[in-house]
Design a protein. Structure first.
Length: 111
Protein backbone atom coordinates (compact mmCIF):
# COMPACT_ATOMS: atom_id res chain seq x y z
CA UNK A 1 0.00 0.00 0.00
CA UNK A 2 1.14 3.47 -0.79
CA UNK A 3 1.40 4.79 2.76
CA UNK A 4 0.28 8.34 3.29
CA UNK A 5 -1.47 8.65 -0.03
CA UNK A 6 -4.38 6.58 1.23
CA UNK A 7 -5.14 9.04 3.99
CA UNK A 8 -6.17 12.65 4.04
CA UNK A 9 -3.79 15.12 5.54
CA UNK A 10 -3.68 14.56 9.29
CA UNK A 11 -0.67 16.74 9.91
CA UNK A 12 -2.94 19.59 11.03
CA UNK A 13 -3.67 17.61 14.19
CA UNK A 14 -0.09 17.86 15.33
CA UNK A 15 1.28 21.36 15.59
CA UNK A 16 4.70 22.61 16.62
CA UNK A 17 6.42 22.26 18.99
CA UNK A 18 4.86 18.78 19.07
CA UNK A 19 6.22 16.59 16.35
CA UNK A 20 5.44 13.27 14.81
CA UNK A 21 8.11 10.66 15.48
CA UNK A 22 6.49 7.57 14.02
CA UNK A 23 3.36 6.37 12.31
CA UNK A 24 1.93 2.88 12.08
CA UNK A 25 -0.95 2.16 9.75
CA UNK A 26 -3.08 -0.92 10.37
CA UNK A 27 -5.46 -1.67 7.56
CA UNK A 28 -5.45 -5.44 7.21
CA UNK A 29 -8.21 -6.94 9.31
CA UNK A 30 -10.07 -3.80 10.24
CA UNK A 31 -13.07 -2.44 8.43
CA UNK A 32 -11.88 1.08 9.17
CA UNK A 33 -8.15 1.67 8.79
CA UNK A 34 -6.38 2.72 11.95
CA UNK A 35 -3.49 5.14 12.05
CA UNK A 36 -1.33 5.21 15.16
CA UNK A 37 0.54 8.46 15.36
CA UNK A 38 3.41 8.65 17.81
CA UNK A 39 4.22 12.21 18.78
CA UNK A 40 6.43 13.93 21.30
CA UNK A 41 7.33 17.31 22.59
CA UNK A 42 11.10 17.45 22.23
CA UNK A 43 12.65 17.90 25.67
CA UNK A 44 13.73 21.48 26.24
CA UNK A 45 11.04 22.97 24.01
CA UNK A 46 9.86 26.44 24.98
CA UNK A 47 6.45 26.19 26.62
CA UNK A 48 4.32 28.43 28.77
CA UNK A 49 3.52 27.39 32.32
CA UNK A 50 -0.16 26.34 32.30
CA UNK A 51 -0.58 27.77 35.80
CA UNK A 52 1.27 31.09 35.94
CA UNK A 53 2.15 31.65 32.29
CA UNK A 54 5.90 31.90 32.86
CA UNK A 55 8.18 30.83 30.05
CA UNK A 56 9.67 27.43 30.79
CA UNK A 57 11.28 24.51 29.06
CA UNK A 58 9.63 21.16 28.70
CA UNK A 59 10.56 17.97 30.53
CA UNK A 60 9.51 14.55 29.29
CA UNK A 61 7.58 12.25 31.58
CA UNK A 62 7.54 8.48 31.35
CA UNK A 63 3.82 7.93 31.03
CA UNK A 64 2.07 7.69 27.71
CA UNK A 65 -1.28 9.28 26.97
CA UNK A 66 -3.48 7.91 24.23
CA UNK A 67 -6.07 9.96 22.39
CA UNK A 68 -8.50 8.77 19.74
CA UNK A 69 -10.21 10.89 17.12
CA UNK A 70 -13.68 9.38 16.92
CA UNK A 71 -14.95 11.68 14.20
CA UNK A 72 -13.46 9.58 11.42
CA UNK A 73 -13.31 12.75 9.41
CA UNK A 74 -9.88 11.67 8.26
CA UNK A 75 -11.30 8.46 6.85
CA UNK A 76 -9.62 6.39 9.51
CA UNK A 77 -9.54 5.75 13.22
CA UNK A 78 -6.82 8.12 14.29
CA UNK A 79 -4.96 7.25 17.49
CA UNK A 80 -2.41 9.68 18.87
CA UNK A 81 0.10 8.36 21.38
CA UNK A 82 2.39 10.70 23.22
CA UNK A 83 4.68 10.77 26.18
CA UNK A 84 3.38 13.19 28.75
CA UNK A 85 5.39 16.41 28.88
CA UNK A 86 5.74 18.83 31.75
CA UNK A 87 6.54 22.51 31.88
CA UNK A 88 9.39 22.92 34.35
CA UNK A 89 8.28 26.20 35.87
CA UNK A 90 10.85 28.13 37.93
CA UNK A 91 8.02 29.76 39.90
CA UNK A 92 5.57 27.02 40.70
CA UNK A 93 7.00 23.62 39.80
CA UNK A 94 6.27 21.05 37.12
CA UNK A 95 2.90 21.03 35.41
CA UNK A 96 1.58 18.85 32.66
CA UNK A 97 1.59 20.53 29.27
CA UNK A 98 -1.75 20.42 27.52
CA UNK A 99 -1.69 18.66 24.18
CA UNK A 100 -2.78 20.74 21.23
CA UNK A 101 -5.37 18.08 20.47
CA UNK A 102 -6.66 18.24 24.05
CA UNK A 103 -8.66 21.34 23.16
CA UNK A 104 -12.36 20.89 24.06
CA UNK A 105 -13.19 21.85 20.47
CA UNK A 106 -11.17 18.99 19.03
CA UNK A 107 -12.57 15.62 18.04
CA UNK A 108 -10.20 13.72 20.29
CA UNK A 109 -11.20 11.68 23.31
CA UNK A 110 -8.70 10.45 25.87
CA UNK A 111 -8.68 6.72 26.40
ZN1 LIG B 1 4.32 28.47 36.81
Amino acid sequence: MDGDAAFPDISGCIRAPWKEVDRIVCDDALSVPEVNLFVELPEGSAVGCPVCGAECTSINGNEEDIWVDLSRRHGCRLVVRSRVAFAGCPNCGNHKVQFVWEDPESDFTEC
